[in-house]
Design a protein around this ligand. Structure first.
Ligand code: ADP
Ligand code: ZN
Length: 680
């Protein structure tokens, strides 16, 4: 290169695409603008006509061997200076590597939509309320001790598990630690697994942090999220950000503390689309980038986290008692098989439960009825011929939904793809029977409760009743304000919520969760049931829990009755070891999809055979999932189990090489392959 030729400067740009590799562009020759920076947004041409928004990953001089002649120029810079910080870029790169996805996919998850498009962005007022600022509650003795122990543990390791029973006052401990972090001039990220939890916490945190609290989740409009993003980037607006997993992607400055509340919660895992990340894992990485401290809090730790704590990898601090000396709720088991035999049932509610409900309602208390619909789909069936209507696109039976308004017919809906038809009044198969609801979903329970307690105010909370914006928040507030006497709900109602008048919680079929073909089924059932129990008796009211079950001898219920997490853990960790599961092994899941079953089967076999050669017994056989076809695509799965002692990065590299190879082979053309690192 001679002094006369202008040195050619190029940028590698991250584009919001699922393709690997970066895209190189020339900087405009007439560039008079300030120096281009990493993390800055650029508008670049793509294909024949398209213009897309990208983020600069590197700024460099063209290499001598690079064919600059074919490169196209950056079109515009929407603003001066970076919108993505160096720390964010580091996090994006780590996520792309760890979760085996493209940087573009991380970018899609990380930036609010409006920042990924070009349009004029006006600064808007933040959607925050005002709120009187007060000071936090003074901690009691146990909380003070916990705080001291947490600081001691942080001296040794950046991550600490706060294992405190439900209502032990963990939230107050978080608030206290957040205040101290702020006093040292640093920022706090407070993660919760669900939007529902931000609702109650916002009020509580607003009282302490006032306007210095930022809240971030997907129910906000895109513009609102953009405003919050920019406020965080500016660095002077918030001390605490409360949010769901996507808030990990905000452009933090001086992050000092990350709180992962309800760390065991599976909602922290992003299922679709890529990056299929776990917020707890990413939080630990974010913490390490900032040299920040991380606190994982829960009443029911995930087996992996508790294992890490026992191994000394994380610090462990416990709070065994409820705040203000309240007792943990008494858990009663009810044998459903016997109740059915003795005809002591009113629909799906046992007589003792009905009696107890009546007592509590008469005493002015509230009742939570929990029905886990997952893995327990409702369906309709013809009593004459046994015909069950199924979805035309998916291998799953349709679920009956009551009409939205009186006079309209019920509809049968597919929970996977949304396909729906009017409910038939006569069986379309035999033309004789009248199909009946064999299901046992929340809707059915609500109906039964209304018949049994006509005078009570009854509401239902599940994905169907919470579609509308704010519907969730409204329901929670109404229940918290005791405008509802009985709330029927799915797992949505189990999470960390605090309702002072709830004296009775009932689980209508507690064993439903135990019979899932999933190595986490027992752990999850324990967590869910302990959490749902924890909603009972939180403010001076004695709490009772009734678990109706057809599997009364299952040892899990004994552990629950004693609130004996350790016993459950001891059993589970043995099984994990024996059957090669986390934390002893790490799992990478692969899902293959194709419209044609035969092509899919050929592709699965090809991939399976290759992986067997490379990974041996670490590769599973081809799995046909319980629902083997969704939205007209057939599905097959494969898993790899990698010893925790082996290099995960190396294994992923090898897998990537195999996938690249296999994708070029005839049988695999047109087969969609998605990866899930650490699936849940
Ligand atoms: P957890 O987060 O462990 O479930 P919370 O922090 O929600 O428990 O506490 C349970 C209840 O006890 C809440 O109503 C909370 O306001 C109250 N509480 C906990 N600690 C204190 C404290 N130090 N001072 C006053 N009230 C407290
Ligand atoms: Zn369907």
């Amino acid at each position: 290169m001679t002094a006369t030729t202008k040195q050619l400067r190029v940028v590698d740009v991250i584009l919001p695409l699922a393709v690997e590799g970066s895209f190189t562009y020339l900087l405009p020759a007439s560039e008079k603008e300030p120096e281009v920076q990493v993390g800055q947004r650029v508008v670049v041409p793509l294909g024949k006509k398209k213009e897309v928004m990208g983020v600069v990953e590197t700024v460099r001089e063209a290499r001598e061997d690079e064919e600059v002649g074919v490169l196209r120029e950056v079109l515009r810079f929407p603003e001066e200076g970076p919108l993505v910080t160096a720390e964010q870029m580091q996090l994006w790169q780590w996520i792309a590597r760890y979760y085996m996805c493209s940087l573009g996919e991380v970018m899609r998850a990380a930036l609010p939509n409006s920042l990924r498009q070009e349009k004029e962005s006006r600064r808007r007022k933040t959607p925050d309320g005002i709120g009187e600022k007060q000071t936090a509650n003074a901690l009691n003795e146990e909380q003070t001790r916990a705080v001291e122990e947490i600081y001691q543990a942080w001296e040794k390791t950046p991550t600490v598990l706060l294992f405190g029973v439900t209502s032990s006052g963990k939230t107050e401990v978080y608030i206290h630690l957040a205040e101290e972090t702020i006093r040292k001039g640093k920022k706090v990220l407070y993660l919760v697994p669900e939007i529902a939890l931000t609702t109650q916490l916002t009020d509580r945190l607003r009282r302490v942090f006032g306007e210095r609290l930022g809240v971030y989740h997907s129910r906000f409009t895109d513009r609102e999220r953009e405003t919050i993003y920019k406020n965080v980037l500016a660095g002077d607006r918030y001390d605490v950000v409360l949010g769901v997993r996507s808030s990990l992607f905000l452009p933090f400055r001086d992050l000092g503390l990350i709180i992962v509340d309800e760390e065991h919660d599976t909602s922290y895992k992003q299922q679709d689309p890529a990056p299929r990340y776990h917020a707890r894992t990413v939080a630990l990485m974010l913490g390490s980038i900032w040299s920040a401290r991380t606190l994982l809090g829960t009443a029911t730790p995930s087996v992996e986290t508790y294992y890490n704590a026992l191994q000394g990898k994380y610090g462990l601090v416990e709070m065994k008692r409820r705040y203000a000396g309240l007792d943990l709720p008494a858990i009663h088991l009810l044998d459903l098989q016997r109740a059915y035999k003795q005809k002591k049932m009113e629909g799906h509610l046992s007589l003792p439960l009905v009696v107890h409900m009546r007592e509590q309602l008469e005493a002015g208390k509230q009742v939570l009825l929990f029905q886990n619909r997952r893995g327990y789909n409702s369906f309709i069936e013809c009593p004459e011929c046994g015909y069950v209507p199924k979805c035309v696109n998916c291998d799953i039976s349709l679920t009956e939904h009551k009409p939205v308004a009186e006079g309209l017919p019920s509809r049968l809906v597919c929970h996977y793809c949304g396909y729906s038809i009017p409910a038939p009044s006569v069986c379309p198969e035999c033309g004789k029977g009248e199909p009946v609801d064999r299901g046992f979903g929340t809707e059915k329970i609500e109906e039964e409760a209304k018949t049994l307690f006509p005078e009570a105010r009854i509401a239902r909370m599940d994905t169907d009743t919470t579609h509308a914006k704010d519907a969730h928040e409204k329901l929670i507030r109404r229940f918290a304000d005791h405008e509802i006497d009985i709330l029927v709900g799915t797992q949505m109602i189990t999470k960390g919520l605090h309702f002072k008048d709830v004296s009775l919680v009932a689980v209508l079929k507690a064993d439903a969760m135990l019979n899932q073909p999933d190595f986490r089924a027992q752990e999850r059932a324990y967590q869910m049931l302990e959490q749902v129990s924890g909603r009972a008796g939180r403010a001076g009211t004695e709490g009772h829990v009734i678990l109706q079950t057809s599997d009364i001898d299952n040892p899990l219920f004994k552990h629950l009755q004693r609130h004996d997490y350790e016993a459950m853990y001891a059993e589970q960790i043995e099984e994990r070891k024996a059957f090669r599961y986390p934390p002893f092994y790490r799992i990478i899941g692969m899902t293959l999809r194709h419209r044609e079953q035969s092509r899919l089967e050929a592709a699965s076999r090809t991939l399976h055979d290759r992986l067997k050669q490379v990974f041996g017994t670490r590769c599973s056989e081809v799995i046909v999932p319980a629902v083997g076809r969704v939205q007209n695509l057939y599905i097959r799965q494969l898993t790899l189990k990698i010893e925790a002692s082996a290099s995960y990065a190396k294994a992923k590299e090898m897998l990537e090489a195999e996938l690249r190879y296999v994708k070029g082979l005839g049988p695999c053309k047109g087969t969609l392959i998605t990866l899930d690192v650490d699936p849940m």
